[in-house]
Design a binder for this molecule. Structure first.
Ligand SMILES: [Zn+2]
Length: 284
């Protein structure tokens, strides 16, 4: 299955062609631009640095490639890119760690990877394997909803438990004792909060993710935890509405102040800078 040289069009001979970045070129064409594969060391894959149009261009201009110079440049370039990439990665990691440390220093309300920072009025969602971290202002948080998926747990029981009928409640109703000797327990298969943000991102926080009977300490504890977290979320939503009316009734730019505080926290400006600017914004 012979192919043709992408430069001269001649049929390629076995082991007498190389792969440039975007095609195949015969040894003869390469030799015309100063690359002699019979003399070139194997480690020097100069063809990796070339394109078909470059080879054609060199041929037209009757130019010879300075193989070793080109190879050095190529390697240096590659290394520099690698170093730059590495630097970017380190800088990004530093920024993330600093940010997380700053959030943690405020002793935020935490559930899973979600941190509610009432000092900075920010919500930090830590990164996971699939997703980078997110940092939101309280004003980016729009709403939340809770999920409680009902289910039933069936167990064989020889004794009759009259208490079961008394314990079940809720809109799902009780499915009890459908079969003789079988008892059904009201349970939830999932209990979670979903937080919604302005950028259409959302985050689910699971409190229960395996079928759990509702008459257990585990269920009640998780329910309390969830309700406590919801109370914090309500507080944030209340802040947001207050902030809106603040900006309507007073000329104070809270966003500006918040940004300023962020700059101070990030060490971009000094405390003195912050104080001066704050006075200016507040009109003091
Ligand atoms: Zn050729």
């Amino acid at each position: 299955m012979a192919k043709n040289c992408d430069v001269c069009g001649k049929k390629l001979k076995l082991f007498k062609s190389v792969n440039v970045t975007d095609g195949k070129v015969c040894y003869d064409c390469m030799k015309q631009i100063g690359i002699d594969y019979l003399k070139l060391p194997m480690s020097l894959t100069i063809e990796d640095t070339l394109t078909i149009s470059e080879v054609k261009d060199f041929q037209t201009k009757k130019q010879i490639i300075n193989v070793h110079q080109r190879w050095e440049d190529y390697k240096n370039n590659k290394m520099q890119n690698k170093i730059a990439e590495q630097r970017n990665r380190i800088a990004k990691q530093d920024k993330y760690e600093q940010l997380k440390a700053n959030i943690k220093a405020d002793k935020p309300v935490k559930k899973g990877k979600v941190y509610l920072d009432f000092a900075k009025k920010q919500i930090f969602i830590d990164k996971n394997l699939l997703e980078d971290y997110h940092l939101y202002n309280f004003s980016d948080f729009t709403s939340y909803k809770t999920i409680e998926n009902p289910t039933t747990i069936n167990k064989n029981h020889s004794l009759s438990h009259s208490v079961i009928g008394g314990l079940v409640a809720g809109p799902t109703g009780a499915v009890i004792g459908a079969f003789a000797g079988n008892k059904s327990y009201d349970a939830v298969s999932k209990m979670a909060i979903i937080l919604y943000f302005k950028d259409n991102n959302y985050k689910q926080l699971n409190y229960i993710s395996t079928a759990t009977k509702i008459d257990t300490i585990n269920y009640r504890t998780e329910q309390e935890n969830m309700q406590r977290f919801c109370a914090h979320l309500d507080k944030i939503l209340a802040y947001n509405t207050t902030d809106v009316s603040d900006t309507l009734s007073a000329p104070v730019n809270t966003d500006q102040l918040r940004n300023l505080k962020g700059l101070l926290d990030d060490g971009v400006i000094t405390q003195a800078d912050f104080d001066a600017k704050k006075k200016q914004i507040l009109g003091l």
